[in-house]
Design a protein around this ligand. Structure first.
Ligand code: PLP
Length: 461
């Protein structure tokens, strides 16, 4: 058996981790944490330490850890047929059943699903499908895609460009053409504190309208947004936002992509965020909750209107020149089928709604009026606490004080994994959707104690 010391040494020597301070990690300045097991909302590392996972991995383990039903479905599929491709009309029973189940749960106007492996490649597919559809319908100049500052849509070249966060742009020469960004619907950081939510939504819609007009509507193909901003700070849209944005898109014949990689399959207490906020997208991106991350699988769900444009293209130009070897991989599809069945059986979406309401109430009770808390916000089982130097004047901490990261570290010390979001001093929480009210209370109690530790160290307690 490999010892922890040897694994840590090999880790430093061999493993370039994603989203990690690479040099410091290789020098052993950041500890390696080797996760060994998980059950429900808790994970366990090889040192025997247990943590409440307040972020469900990367907001993806929707049904919780340790579900034998999914493990068995993957094993059974592996014994029967580990792999066959999906090109040229081939498929497996699992992939076809999953496509049917996804469409059954998606909004009524959605028509087909294209499977990939990650949220990033699904958004890459979305961009290509839209460009293809514009070419197929005789509009080759209509190719620009508008995203929002603080949006997160992946880490590839195109999807990293759609992302609107400095960390993912600055050192990589992104964003690429023809990706544009518009105002983030971040009410707490609105330009004028006197603005109501509705007025701020109007402001965001007017900014989008002005951008489309300045670029020329005949050059703008699509707008992409997460129903609720995720990695950019866990920010629910202000009242009226999606209604006003969709009115602008309709006026200029611009398609809507709802990136539901995080919100798909229950996180907000509805099956999809699009249902939750009355969005009528032409594409929905799904990943994480599709298999609860038991296997890597993503999808692009196309509306009937977009599918007809793509079908016209293939009628005129031949087969779609876009595919991955692992599209609709049978093992991942089997995990997806078992996962969606569990989501129904365990009433996971209803639990996200009901325990989510308890979770949000507990967070407000714990943090409203706290000396370093500017805002508590969220929806369902997705929430954020934003730390500021002076809540009265909305004065932010200097980034060098790393307040968000310090609160996350203090929480970890006390047994809770919560995530310091990459831009701002924001503690994000998005636990597995099987969370119980008692676990919600435990989680919020630890988060509050961690914030108190840091407030005390800052002399603000
Ligand atoms: N879209 C959203 C909204 C996400 O939150 C993420 C990842 O967190 C992605 C896309 C990218 O997914 P992946 O990391 O699987 O490529």
């Amino acid at each position: 058996m490999l010892t922890n010391d040897l694994l840590s040494q090999w880790d430093r020597e061999s493993f370039l981790h994603p989203s990690t301070a690479a040099g410091a990690h290789a020098r052993g300045e950041t500890p390696a944490r080797i996760i060994e097991g998980g059950q429900g909302v808790r994970i366990r590392d090889r040192d025997g330490r247990e943590s409440l996972d307040g972020f469900a991995g990367l907001y993806c383990v929707n049904v919780g850890y340790g579900r034998p039903e999914i493990a068995e479905a993957i094993a059974e599929q592996a014994r029967k047929l580990a792999y066959y491709h999906a090109y040229a009309g081939h498929g497996s029973e699992a992939a076809i059943e999953l496509a049917h189940m996804v469409l059954d749960r998606a909004p009524d106007h959605m028509s087909k699903v294209y499977f990939g492996l990650s949220g990033s490649d699904a958004n890459e597919t979305n961009v290509k499908l839209i460009w293809y559809a514009m070419n197929a319908t005789g509009r080759p100049a209509k190719k620009k895609i508008i995203s929002r500052w603080r949006g997160y849509h992946g880490s590839g070249l195109m999807t990293g460009s759609l992302t609107g966060l400095e960390l993912f742009h600055n050192a990589f020469d992104l964003p690429l053409n023809p990706i544009l960004h518009t105002e983030a619907p971040y009410f707490y950081r609105r330009p004028d504190p006197a603005m109501s939510e509705e007025a701020f939504s109007t402001y965001c819609a007017e900014k989008l309208d002005a951008l489309i007009r300045a670029e020329g509507a005949d050059t703008v193909a699509a707008f992409i947004g997460e129903p609720i901003l995720g990695t950019g700070g866990i920010v629910p849209p202000p009242a009226g936002y999606w209604e006003k944005i969709q009115a602008v898109l309709a006026e200029h014949d611009v398609l809507l992509i709802a990136d539901e990689v995080v919100t798909g399959f229950g996180r907000l207490g509805s099956m999809f965020g699009s249902d939750h906020y009355g969005m009528k997208p032409d594409l929905i991106t799904i990943a994480k909750g599709l298999t609860s991350a038991y296997a890597p699988l993503s999808g692009s769900i196309l509306s009937q209107r977009l599918f007809e444009m793509v079908a016209k293209g293939t009628d005129d130009m031949g087969p779609l020149g876009h595919g991955w070897t692992y599209s609709a991989h049978p093992l991942c599809a089997a995990a997806g089928v078992a996962n969606l069945k569990l989501i129904d059986e365990l009433k996971i979406v209803e639990n996200a709604r009901d325990t989510g309401a308890v979770f949000q109430r507990l967070l407000h009770e714990a943090f409203d009026g706290h000396p370093i808390v500017g805002e508590v916000r969220g929806e369902g089982l997705m929430a954020a606490v934003e730390f500021v130097k002076d809540p009265g004047t909305r004065t932010f901490f200097d980034a060098s004080e790393k307040v968000g990261a310090r609160v996350a570290a203090a929480a970890l010390e006390r047994g809770l994994i919560a995530r310091a979001m990459p831009q701002g001093d924001i503690l994000g929480m998005a636990p597995p959707l099987c969370l119980t009210p008692a676990e919600a209370e435990e989680m919020v109690g630890i988060a509050r104690a961690a914030a108190d530790d840091v407030a005390k160290a800052l002399g603000a307690a």
